[in-house]
Design a protein around this ligand. Structure first.
Ligand SMILES: *Cc1c(COP(=O)(O)O)cnc(C)c1O
Length: 339
């Protein structure tokens, strides 16, 4: 069946972002492809990243891992570890996050099965506390991780976490050590250790100013025009009548809305493009519909496609949503395709 809504994903931009981040870090980059690769589609994104040379991947759950059966053995790790209801998949490592999980993994055996471990250095979300590292005795740790809480800000927390992680590197034997997410990579090579773990920046997000000019947009929503109409001067458009036409105004109604992750914050602020011309969003974003002012595009027709302005740094400012939410909110009604 025809889908009047598409998400165009740029494989060259994804590969370019991967290479740029890896070169900046000076060590291999493993890709966070949890949450369906931040909404782009984990299977497709992983295939393109594999082609680009990526050899480490991270998902949150075993349910996500099961979808990625084509990845090479020992290239995938599960960030939420081995929970009460989980069974490990062959060739996939858990990232053990708690004393309970370490006991569970040791009991599941064999003792030399490789695992990853998350150690908490100040975020107090997931991870073993530093005082519990004796529990790691006897494990075969592939990658020891920690996670930065504030890497998108310039505050002393980053240095404190870096120092804590350096101390752990001396205390806990592992094949590799990994600390930096996308923002952490942009903090500099001190944070890179043996492996970096970008997510957002692979998909076009810019968590710190240093990412500008380095990271390219990957995902662009495209929506089809359902109807064109002329709104007479003085009449209003959409819920709560927030836009009033000062003069007779040509409007296009497009097939996208907040149910698709085009959030209400784009109301009267978002923008679309048709053949290079900019069309302003007018009035409220509805669940499934958005109105665009098309005065400058007399040749536009029912059935034409427009693309939504979705440069993430700018779209986040416009909508009041985070770059992460903008990507992961992209709904199930898009036909996702890669160019
Ligand atoms: C999601 C996640 C990442 C990637 O973070 P970004 O900010 O998207 O680059 C890295 N490490 C861990 C542990 C994560 O959960």
């Amino acid at each position: 069946m025809h889908q009047p809504l598409a998400l165009r994903c740029d494989a060259a931009a994804l590969a370019g972002n991967f290479h740029h981040l890896q070169n900046l870090a000076g060590v291999p980059a493993g890709a966070a492809i949890k949450a369906d690769a931040y909404g782009l589609g984990a299977r497709e994104a992983a295939r393109h990243l594999l082609d680009a040379g990526c050899r480490d991947f991270f998902v949150s759950t075993w349910w996500e891992a099961a979808e990625l059966d084509f990845l090479p053995p020992d290239s995938l790790a599960v960030l939420h570890g081995l929970g009460v209801n989980d069974a490990a998949l062959p060739g996939v490592r858990p990232v053990l996050v708690s004393p309970e999980q370490i006991v569970r993994w040791k009991n599941a055996g064999p003792p030399d099965a490789p695992c990853d471990v998350m150690i908490d250095t100040g975020m107090n979300r997931l991870g073993l506390r530093a005082e519990d590292i004796d529990l790691l005795e006897g494990l075969s740790i592939h990658t020891l991780h920690s996670h930065l809480a504030c890497a998108d800000e310039d505050i002393p927390v980053n240095d404190r976490q870096l120092e804590a992680f350096r101390a752990l590197r001396s205390a806990v034997p592992a094949q590799r050590y990994s600390l930096a997410n996308s923002a952490g990579i942009l903090l500099g090579r001190d944070y890179a250790f043996d492996l970096v773990r970008p997510g957002l920046a692979l998909y076009g997000g810019i968590p710190r100013a240093e990412g500008r000019g380095l990271v390219r947009q990957v995902a662009t929503p495209e929506a089809q025009i359902i109807q064109l109409r002329t709104v007479p001067a003085g009449e209003t458009v959409g819920y709560n009548a927030t836009f009033a036409a000062a003069t007779d105004t040509r409007i296009a109604i497009i097939n996208i809305g907040y149910a698709d992750g085009y959030w209400r914050g784009f109301s009267s602020r978002g923008m679309a493009r048709f053949q290079g011309r900019e069309l302003a969003v007018v009035g409220r974003v509805s669940m499934d519909l958005v109105a665009l002012k098309v005065d400058g595009a007399a040749d536009i027709r029912e059935g034409d496609w427009v693309e939504l302005a979705f440069d993430l740094e700018h779209a986040a400012q416009t909508s009041g949503m985070s770059q992460y939410e903008l990507l992961t909110g992209l709904g199930s009604r898009f036909r996702r395709y890669w160019i």
